[in-house]
Structures are given as structure tokens and as C-alpha cells.
Design a protein around this ligand. Structure first.
Ligand SMILES: [Ca+2]
Length: 143
């Protein structure tokens, strides 16, 4: 009886450890959020992991539990953002243990109701301001 209990505890501990190991197989695997809620079980329909897999979890499993270029470029939840954009690796160059290109605004690649919050870059804001100024100058000439 005691041996069975020890075995059960060991199996449960291994299962939990395995899930945490997978976090390291994808960029920002420990920082995935879905609408403000942390989602450590990235590949699962339940935030804590275990049970059924979400579309990203299915694709991750089919990719051999590896961050492949195809998995990065795919949009497994169909929200218009590739998995790489959602997880901070827009150019699909991330490797295990490396720091992803972006570590903020990480969204969930398994749910379409979760999309990345990417700040507008200063360069594009500057371009817009220059365009507005040029348009204003053209209108001034016409009037
Ligand atoms: Ca998403």
C-alpha cells in the first residue's frame, strides 16, 4: 500500500514537471497570458494545464513538442496573428534558452480571444506625424 502511494506521488510529480519542461520549449512559455490571466499550461484548455489540449497544444504535440519554423509561422487559433508573433518570436528565430525578440505583450496562441498587445514603434509614429504635416502643407497651398 505504501509503495503504491509512493509510486503515485512520483508519477504525479513527474507529470507536473513534464509540463513545466514544455514551457522552456517555446518562446516566453512561462509568460503566456490570456486576457489578463496567467496560462502556464500553454497547450491546454485549462490554465493550470492537464486534460484536453487547445489547438496550439495539438500543433505543438504534432511538431514533436518542438518550436519548429512551421509551428512558429502557423496561426493555430485563427486570430490573424502567427504563433511567433503571439509568443514574441515574430521572425521565427528563437532557440531554447535564448531570450525572445519580444518579452512583453505575450498572448495565447491557442485562443482567438487573446491577441498580442504590441506598442506602436516610435519610428512609425514619427512617419505618421510627418505625413500629417505634409498633408497640412499641401492643403495650405490649395486654400
Ligand atoms: Ca491568440
Amino acid at each position: 500500500m505504501r509503495a503504491a502511494l509512493v509510486l503515485l506521488v512520483a508519477v504525479l510529480a513527474t507529470t507536473a514537471f513534464g509540463r513545466l519542461t514544455y514551457q522552456g520549449q517555446i518562446p516566453n512559455g512561462a509568460s503566456v497570458m490570456r486576457n489578463g490571466e496567467a496560462w502556464p499550461g500553454v497547450g491546454h484548455t485549462a490554465a493550470a494545464g492537464g486534460g484536453a489540449r487547445n489547438p496550439f497544444g495539438v500543433a505543438f504535440f504534432q511538431a514533436g513538442r518542438n518550436w519548429t519554423t512551421a509551428l512558429c509561422q502557423a496561426d493555430t487559433d485563427g486570430d490573424g496573428f502567427s504563433n511567433g508573433v503571439e509568443l514574441g518570436d515574430p521572425n521565427c528565430v528563437w532557440t531554447v534558452n535564448a531570450t525572445p525578440a519580444r518579452t512583453t505583450g505575450i498572448s495565447h496562441p491557442g485562443f482567438a480571444d487573446s491577441t498580442p498587445t504590441i506598442a506602436t514603434t516610435p519610428s512609425s509614429a514619427g512617419t505618421l506625424a510627418a505625413g500629417v504635416a505634409a498633408l497640412g502643407a499641401m492643403l495650405a497651398l490649395l486654400l
